[in-house]
Each structure stands twice: as structure tokens, then as C-alpha cells.
Design a protein around this ligand. Structure first.
Ligand code: PLP
Length: 339
């Protein structure tokens, strides 16, 4: 992630726990005494695990600001600035801004450079949820899509997504490892013997868990055995698969592209009726038909108020011929569709 030498982190059960760990670190760093008036900012496309984490750690609606996203589903930075200034005027204390490096819905990457500038100016912690998109950093061709990620105070990664690991392994990286220690160290007489002055890390001082499994082993073994070059090539291939789907969609006029491919995710919808509610229904039927057919599964999401189909073809064995066949099935269904 191009973080400095003094950076550090912890492996967690998944992205949700990494996000929770990050906002506790942010809160303890920026508002150590009293966080009752603290406010955290994130876009409406930010993953639900962050809203859940805020609830778990006791934040109320007055402490959370969901900012609108723009037409490309990236946080609207003008609205972000407005919200920050209004809150400061009202005596609240902005302490953290969350950026997305690959939203779950569309793969959108927020303007990380601008968010970082805003965060620095307002003395806020800058956390990036890269649970989905962070893996892109291993793709030489596409890592530029995440420009600015290296400026964050903390980054959530999720090796059990696009680094192909079995559940459970998430990861939180922090720019300065002391921030985790300051946030999570609690003493107890029965733990005194584990404390040493030799610089050894006690991971229970870096996160929520005391007893924990050796998650690092599987990721380390995978990196060493498969090699970062091959993993990066597989990630590049997944991104190219999504770009190939865009070409398939353009071959038929009844497909509408809702969001262009962005680091491996593309969303689209069938549009054959004037009435968009009718189009919602046929999109749901296409998804169901494909599931019943059994060859592929494409789930739906809601974008711009309507149902959309969403594909994230990043499995390392997914080839273009599989995508051709999937579209063959869907196109056949649509072209023979009768109500
Ligand atoms: C962007 C993003 N953040 C966080 C999460 C939560 O990660 P996990 O399911 O590993 O807890 C997910 C997906 O699940 C995600 O896509």
C-alpha cells in the first residue's frame, strides 16, 4: 500500500472487523477525552459494515453523516465540505472521513486525493475502506486507479475477497502502528508477563481480540507459494473480464450500462419497456432465470432507484468464453420474452 516504515496493522476476521478497529483507532486518536460531539463522514455508497460498526461502538445518528454520491457513485466532495463546515459551526467535532477504494455496488473509487486534502485541513483521520478494491494494488496495470490510497491514516483490506483466501481473514493497516497500540492497550495483572520492552508486538494491544488464530500463516504461505506476480496477473484478468462484459453489452440495444467497469465490477440492466417499473420486473426475472438455469448466477442491486444486474467476474479461472455463454443464455431469454 506504499505506507511508511512506521506503519503496522492487524489481521482480523474480515473487513467488517477491520473497519470497526479503524474507527476506534480514529476516535481514540482524534477525540481521546470525549467523543460525544464527534462526527464521522462517509458516502451513501459506503459499505453497511461501517454503519454497523458505528452502532456497535455507540455512535448516535447525530455523530454520523452520510454524504450524497455523484453520478459515478463517488462521494460528492463539495457536499462533504459543506457538511463539515456546518457541523463545525454548530459546535460538533468532525474527527474522521471515510473514503471508498472500490464500493461493493459498483466498484467506484472515491477521489482519494481530494478527500485526503479535506481531511488534513480539518484535522480528521482519513480511513479508506479498500476491502474490495485494495487487492488492485498488486496489478501493475491497474494500481493507478487507487492513486491517493497511500495517503490514508488507515486502510481496510480483505484478503478473503480478492486475494483468494478462505474465510476468515481481513486486515487493517495503519500509517503509524502506535495509533493502534494507544487505542487498544488495556492492562491486567494476569497479562503483565506478556509485556516486554524488547519491541515485540502483542497483537491483543492492536485490536479487539485477546486470543486469536494465526491468520497470517495462510496469506503468507499463499503469497510465497503462488507469488505476487501471478496473483497480480489474476487480478488484472478479473478487471479485464468486467471490461469484456461492457463489449458484450454494447452488442445488443436492449442492454443499458448503468456503471462502466470499475476495478472488476460492472452494472447494467435490460431496458425493453417505456415503464421503468416493468423494466425492474424483467431484470429480476433475468436474474431468476439464470439462477434456475444453473450455469451462472447474477444477483441484483438497486442503483439510481431501479433494479440493476451486477457482475464481478474476478474468479481467477473465469474466462471470456464463460461470459459469452452467460450472455448467450440471458440474451436468448430476453429475445424470446413474452409476458
Ligand atoms: C467494501 C466492503 N467493505 C467491507 C465489507 C465487509 O467485509 P467482511 O464481509 O469481510 O466483513 C465488504 C464485503 O463484505 C465490502 O465489500
Amino acid at each position: 500500500m506504499e505506507f511508511p516504515e512506521e506503519s503496522g496493522g492487524i489481521f482480523t476476521s474480515g473487513g467488517s472487523m477491520a473497519n470497526l478497529t479503524a474507527i476506534v483507532a480514529a476516535r481514540e486518536n482524534k477525540l481521546p477525552e470525549d467523543h460525544s460531539n464527534g462526527v464521522i463522514y462517509y458516502s451513501e455508497q459506503t459499505h453497511s459494515s461501517l454503519s454497523k460498526a458505528l452502532r456497535v461502538i455507540g455512535f448516535k445518528p447525530k455523530n454520523m453523516r452520510k454524504i450524497k454520491s455523484d453520478t459515478h457513485f463517488r462521494i460528492d466532495t463539495n457536499q462533504l465540505i459543506q457538511a463539515l463546515e456546518e457541523d463545525m459551526k454548530n459546535g460538533l467535532k468532525p474527527f474522521c472521513i471515510i473514503g471508498n477504494a472500490g464500493t461493493t455496488n459498483t466498484g467506484a473509487v472515491d477521489d482519494l486525493i481530494t478527500i485526503n486534502e479535506i481531511a488534513k485541513e480539518k484535522n480528521c483521520w482519513f480511513h479508506i475502506d479498500a476491502a474490495y478494491g485494495g487487492a488492485t494494488m498488486l496489478s501493475n496495470e491497474y494500481k493507478k486507479e487507487l492513486l491517493g490510497i497511500e495517503k490514508a491514516d488507515s486502510i481496510t483490506l480483505d484478503p478473503h475477497k480478492w486475494w483468494f483466501q478462505p474465510y476468515e481473514i481481513g486486515c487493517l493497516l495503519v500509517r503509524d502502528k502506535n495509533t493502534l497500540k494507544e487505542a487498544f492497550t488495556v492492562t491486567a495483572e494476569y497479562l503483565d508477563d506478556t509485556v516486554s520492552n524488547s519491541g515485540e508486538i502483542n497483537y491483543y494491544e492492536h485490536g479487539v481480540q485477546l486470543s486469536r488464530s494465526f491468520r497470517a500463516l495462510k496469506l503468507y504461505t499463499f503469497f510465497r507459494c503462488v507469488g505476487l506476480k501471478k496473483i497480480g496477473a489474476d487480478i488484472t484478468n478479473g478487471i479485464k473480464n468486467a471490461e469484456y462484459i461492457e463489449k458484450l453489452l454494447k452488442q445488443k440495444q436492449y442492454w443499458e450500462i448503468i456503471t462502466k467497469p470499475s476495478i472488476g465490477i460492472i452494472s447494467f440492466r435490460v431496458k425493453i419497456f417505456e415503464d421503468e417499473t416493468e423494466n425492474d420486473k424483467i431484470n429480476a426475472k433475468v436474474s431468476k432465470y439464470l439462477l434456475e438455469d444453473g450455469y451462472a448466477m447474477i444477483t441484483t442491486t438497486k442503483l439510481k432507484g431501479h433494479l440493476a444486474l451486477r457482475m464481478c467476474p474476478i474468479h481467477p479461472e473465469t474466462r471470456q468464453e464463460f461470459l459469452d455463454k452467460t450472455f448467450g443464455i440471458m440474451n436468448g431469454y430476453i429475445e424470446n420474452f413474452t409476458e
